[in-house]
Design a protein around this ligand. Sequence first.
Ligand SMILES: [Ca+2]
Length: 180
Amino acid sequence: MKRSESPNSSVVSKSQFHPAIVGLFLVGYLSLSTATLGGEPVKILTKPMHLGDQVQNDMTHSKPDAKVFEAKFDWPGRIGFGEAYLIVDVSHMTPRDYPGFKDGFWQTEILINGESVGILNELLRGKNETAKLERIVLPFEFTAMKTGENILTIKPGAKNGDIDDLELQNVEISETKPER
Ligand SMILES: [Ca+2]
């Protein structure tokens, strides 16, 4: 609001504050915050990225790009209650029924701002990894994020020093549950 638009307004003293005025401010605030509901997902990765420690010729990037994915991203909206959703398109990741997984090996950990929010391959069924691209939707506590800059970490699991090689194709976060 520009000052020049209300040349006749004067400073409101405390005694002039009426509950109705406070109510108007509240309505204004609520309509502003609901305007961010259902916003577009925030894209964090939109191209192939091979995480791991071995050459794998059936991946788009046969050589590993990194051992861990870590990216800063900006969350433009407010932080809501309940859950937000991490959406990951991934191939070659060890699924949850693979031997050793239940003992804690091969588990791909997801961290937001350094706090663990879940294990990605808990949501991937099957006994063996495949080259098929799978979409995984991981719900997490919305309050793990803050408005503005955040850091997402995707850390592939390992066993005896051997990192689970996997390939990401797309990573995004949505405040609404995506249709699969
Ligand atoms: Ca490996």
